[in-house]
Design a protein around this ligand. Structure first.
Ligand code: NDP
Length: 352
């Protein structure tokens, strides 16, 4: 049994030496603790998510964050798909498949409060080859609900509106584009390579797409080309220069859903980029709203019931980038911050 620990707090970009694969104490034979309900699971898939990077920084007292920092020397935790081996939690039995927060290790003992976040996978859905188990780290898991809530609720979209999505080929972005298209919106995405731009247009149904690295000298001009009348909705995944470029291109009464700011996660406090044209918010009467998926967990059943038929009938597709083996997990996570993932980054721990 093995586990991936954080070796030290990260400053700047995460590197391989910030994480280490170590042997783990055997948990299989250990009796379950009686005091609180716990679930022993075998991890099958792990999810690499950008939010894990801010958790690797030394916590700054007084600075608000909605999740606590990782502790050097301790196992990394994140979303995953697992099989229950032993459970003292009502409603979960050996053999059940679950998704939720687990550890970057072969076996995890899930304890409160994380037991409350374990979601049992419907056994009938688990049998459907159109719904692979890895999807519960992506379209059928946290990023899927993020895209659904972020687009349908936070953006208040209407048919015919114009939508811009950044980091558009990723776990969340590829779904926002498809949801916008299903809604009858005009949707344009930005991504960091030629291959990704092609995928946006050919696989995910974006009307247009561009490589933001090629447009770096004039991002605002690029947006003006695709949105001569302006943007109604900006689904923000990136921040920094892209937010500045979007602000000047928003229509009056436009909405910006702030999902994440990945361009800022590896910058030290003093390096973080501000927004020089924030006055656009007033002149254009914009609504800017941040949101986090954990606040909307109660909508998961509604989301799953909506998206499963779309997947089964091919109206929504999902692209994954799968790394094989726990030993590949650190590199896969690091890759997110260099745009190496093409689609949702998953780590497979199972041979099936
Ligand atoms: P992705 O699968 O999109 O992977 C990250 C991608 O971000 C990379 O592939 C890369 O693509 C792009 N990227 C990395 N660095 C930069 C940079 N400096 N500038 C521009 N793009 C960059 O990740 P997710 O879809 O999981 O997450 C997307 C965003 O959504 C993140 O900001 C994340 O924190 C946020 N999020 C928020 C949630 C919430 O509850 N609010 C929940 C889930 C995610 P490229 O090649 O295009 O540069």
């Amino acid at each position: 049994s093995r586990r991936v620990i954080l070796t030290e707090y990260v400053e700047g970009y995460p590197r391989e030496e910030h994480m280490e694969l170590l042997p783990a104490a055997a948990v299989l034979d250990r009796p379950a603790a009686e005091s609180s309900p716990s679930v022993l699971v075998k991890n099958l898939y792990l999810s690499c998510d950008p939010y894990m990077r801010p958790k690797m920084s030394r916590p700054i007292p007084g600075q608000s964050s909605y999740t606590s920092a990782f502790v050097p020397g301790s196992v990394l935790t994140g979303y995953g798909v697992a099989q229950v081996l032993r459970s003292s939690l009502p409603g979960l039995a050996p053999g059940d498949l679950v998704w939720g927060i687990t550890g970057w290790e072969d076996y995890s003992v899930v304890q409160p409060p994380f037991t409350g976040l374990l979601t049992k996978i419907d056994p009938e859905l688990a049998q459907d080859d159109k719904l692979p188990l890895s999807y519960y780290t992506g379209i059928l898991g946290m990023p899927g609900l993020t895209a659904y809530v972020g687009f349908h609720q936070i953006c208040s979209p209407k048919k015919g509106e114009t939508v811009f999505v950044s980091a558009a080929s990723g776990a969340v972005g590829q779904l926002v584009g498809q949801f916008a298209r299903l809604m009858g919106c005009y949707v344009v995405g930005s991504a960091g390579s030629k291959e990704k731009v092609e995928l946006l247009k050919t696989k995910f149904g974006f009307h247009e797409a561009f490589n933001y690295k090629e447009e770096d000298a004039d991002l605002s001009g690029a947006l003006r080309r695709f949105f001569p009348e302006g943007v109604d909705i900006y689904f923000e995944n990136v921040g920094g220069k892209m937010l500045e470029a979007a602000l000047v291109n928003m229509k009056t009464h436009g909405r910006i859903a702030v999902c994440g700011l990945i361009s800022q996660y590896n910058l030290a406090g003093g390096e973080k980029e501000g927004v020089s044209n924030f006055a656009c918010v007033v002149s254009k009467r914009l609504r800017i709203q941040g949101f986090i998926e954990p606040d909307h967990k109660h909508l998961y059943p509604e989301y799953a019931a909506w998206v499963v038929p779309h997947i089964r009938e091919g109206r929504v597709v999902y692209l994954e980038d799968v790394a094989d083996g726990l030993e590949m997990a650190p590199e896969a996570l690091i890759g997110l911050f260099h745009g190496r993932n093409v689609g949702k980054q998953v780590v497979r721990l199972t041979d099936e």
